[in-house]
Every structure is written in structure tokens, then in C-alpha cells.
Design a protein around this ligand. Sequence first.
Ligand SMILES: C[S@@+](CC[C@H](N)C(=O)[O-])C[C@H]1O[C@@H](n2cnc3c(N)ncnc32)[C@H](O)[C@@H]1O
Length: 206
Amino acid sequence: MMTDWEQRYRGNDTPWDKGSAHPALGQWLAVNAGQMTGEVLVPGCGSGHDVRAIAAAEPAARVVGLDIAPAAVALARRHAAVAGETFRQGDLFDLAHDLRGRFAWVWEHTCFCAIDIERRDEYVQAVWQALVPGGHLLGVFYLDPYRGDHRPGGGPPHGCSLAELADRFERNGRFRVVEQHVPPATYEGREGCERLILMERLPASP
Ligand SMILES: C[S@@+](CC[C@H](N)C(=O)[O-])C[C@H]1O[C@@H](n2cnc3c(N)ncnc32)[C@H](O)[C@@H]1O
């Protein structure tokens, strides 16, 4: 069943929103200070905790949060701005022209696992389209949200395997995995379920 994201935000039914940025993001930004600079896109940004964390850690970065749900964008905009970050309402699968070929970085967190599984190749293409050649996708990917259990209704979040990620992102030479590991920090309850993956966007056309 398709998720009505707008309805979920309007109904305050947003269990994914932990009220703070993903702990692995804060840790990565601290260890890699000065790297996530230039234009940064956060697709499926929700209420924008990760956007604000990046903007706070890298004030020179121009961070854009994108979300399909107007209520999420309104929520994000209600927070005090930390460093000129902006929020846009829009569909990642129909990327506005001014967002194409623009970003040095994309930060992924619970957008890939939220979209329909059948649209994953479109996600890969959209992120490829948003990035400049040589740009980077850094993401915390939810591999096994139910710890091997079947979930009634089947998600989201939708899990995935490392092999599937490698196939979808590296196939056709769109991305190259630079490094990946289990994030040392995460939200309570997600321990061991995720992978932090850094990929480079390659020049080949998808
Ligand atoms: C599970 S929520 C995660 C939100 C945020 N990353 C967080 O961790 O709080 C998934 C988000 O993706 C957004 N989303 C789903 N499909 C989208 C699309 N096609 N384009 C942009 N945003 C989308 C939803 O509105 C929702 O805010």
C-alpha cells in the first residue's frame, strides 16, 4: 500500500522522527570536518533534523532539504534556521531542473527505505541526476529493519541487502562504493540494522 506521507505528518503519525539528527551523521561530520561543503541535498528530509545538523557543522555548505509532503516542509521551516539552510517541497522522482547536476553531496537517511521497492532504480537515477560528476552520496541505509522478522504490511521501512545496494548503485557505472561500515552510533533500537555507505557519483550516463 502506498504511504500517504502528507497524511502521516498532518496526523502527527511520524514514528521515524526521533527529534534529532541521525547520530552517525553527527559523528561523521565531526570526524570529517570541512568535507561536506558546497551544495548538499537531503532528499526525504522530513522535519529537517539532518539538514540543520549539516548546516550547523558546515556553515559554509548550502544545504537543501527536499520533501514531497508539504506538511513536512512546513514543519521543517518552523524550526529556527541555523545557517541559511533551505527547504523545498518536491518529488525526488521528478526533480526540479534547478536541482539537477547541482550538488556535491547527497545525504540519505530513511528516504531510500521509505520509497516503494519498485522505484529504487528511479531513486538511484534521481540522486545521480542531482549530483555533479565526482559528487558523493553518503547514506545510512536501513538493511534489516525487522531483524529478520516478517512485518505485517511489509513496510515501509523496506529493508535491503548489501548485494542489492551494490547492484543497484554500481550497475551501469553510476556510482562507486568508496567505503561502508556499520555505523558506530545510531538511534536506540536500530543497532546493527544499518550500514553507513559512502559512494562516488561516476560520470557515466544512466
Ligand atoms: C520515513 S520518512 C523519513 C524522514 C526523515 N529522513 C527522518 O528521518 O525524519 C520518509 C520521508 O521521505 C519523504 N518522501 C517520500 N517519497 C518522496 C519523494 N518521492 N520525494 C521526496 N520526498 C519523499 C516523505 O514525505 C518522508 O518525509
